[in-house]
Ligand binder design. Structure first.
Ligand SMILES: C[S@@+](CC[C@H](N)C(=O)[O-])C[C@H]1O[C@@H](n2cnc3c(N)ncnc32)[C@H](O)[C@@H]1O
Length: 287
């Protein structure tokens, strides 16, 4: 009886406490903006601040297939909404790089208000003077010419790194995917950093299959492969590259098609498939 009375008092106390806690966390987020309320269109070092719409933030992170194993870096992070969403909804570790110190403070306050201090870091920095190459996902909402300035660095990042840009492209490097939420007026682009694969490659098999040589030409993620010499007895019908994953559709003299699939690791490509009805494994080295 006494225990029941005690529990019901606790329950009565718990309700206002919950309300107070909720109000406190909501208030904390609001307080962040009371300290400094950004204006859409306010000046920035290389580009003004305009926030990415929340719906597009989610679509960008979904398209990049962000997981808890990712390290997401937002270049010019504004109020921190992209790193915060990456950690809050996808469990990733995230970093925001932002030049404007007031925006940095606001974003750091938002991170604390969301209870994401251990997951999200916001750093005052110039994106053109900061090494972000350890990111597995890069996000940005900059301008075409700024994207172009970043492109050489992005192309040296680990093959498979996903890059998502709100609104702006990267010159003649075609995006791998167009991201268009249903609202019909915002869009973003996704690129997968391709492995650097151009050159002449000699493939040897450990299963008694004939060796062969390929010349691979590359234009970003687009590749063309041709067999060197005529000893291999097959031609490459189609070659595709996505990150470090390579796939070759080959046809023998009779026109039978097979697929070899594998990965690029620097100057080595490992391929697996079936050739002349037998499992085949090839290791290719670039000459
Ligand atoms: C268009 S806003 C995008 C903000 C955020 N990424 C988003 O999508 O909501 C661009 C941001 O980049 C910041 N910025 C401009 N030049 C910068 C630079 N060189 N280094 C770091 N941040 C910069 C601006 O202050 C602004 O907050």
């Amino acid at each position: 009886m006494r225990l029941a009375l005690h529990s019901s008092r606790l329950a009565l106390l718990a309700i206002p406490m919950c309300v107070a806690l909720n109000a406190w966390s909501a208030q904390t987020r609001e307080n962040c903006e009371r300290e400094f309320a950004p204006r859409s269109g306010q000046a920035g070092k290389d580009v003004i601040w305009v926030p990415t719409q929340e719906e597009l933030v989610m679509a960008m992170l979904k398209a990049a297939k962000v997981t808890p194993n990712d390290y997401v870096v937002d270049l010019g992070s504004g109020d921190g909404r992209i790193p915060i969403a990456a950690a809050k909804h996808f469990g990733a570790k995230a970093l925001g790089l932002e030049y404007n110190p007031q925006m940095v403070k606001l974003a750091q306050c938002n991170v604390r208000a969301e209870g994401l201090t251990g997951k999200v870091q916001i750093r005052e920095a110039d994106i053109f003077e900061t090494d972000f190459r350890d990111a597995t996902v890069v996000t940005m909402y900059l301008l075409s010419d700024l994207n172009m300035k970043l492109r050489p660095t992005i192309l040296t990042m680990k093959p498979g790194t996903r890059v998502v840009s709100n609104s702006f492209k990267m010159g003649e490097w075609s995006p791998d995917e167009l991201i268009e939420p249903d609202n019909g007026y915002t869009r973003a682009y996704l690129w997968i950093v391709p492995a650097e694969i151009e050159g002449e490659w000699t493939f040897k098999s450990d299963g008694g299959h004939s060796p062969f040589e390929l010349r691979i030409e590359q234009d970003f993620q687009e590749i063309k492969a041709s067999v060197l010499g005529s000893t291999a007895g097959f031609t490459v019908k189609q070659a595709t590259l996505r990150g470090a994953d390579v796939q070759l559709a080959i046809a023998d003299a009779k026109g039978n098609e097979q697929t070899l699939k594998g990965t690029v690791d620097g100057d080595t490509i490992r391929l697996k498939g079936t050739v002349a009805g037998k499992p085949a494994t090839y290791v290719g080295r670039r000459s």
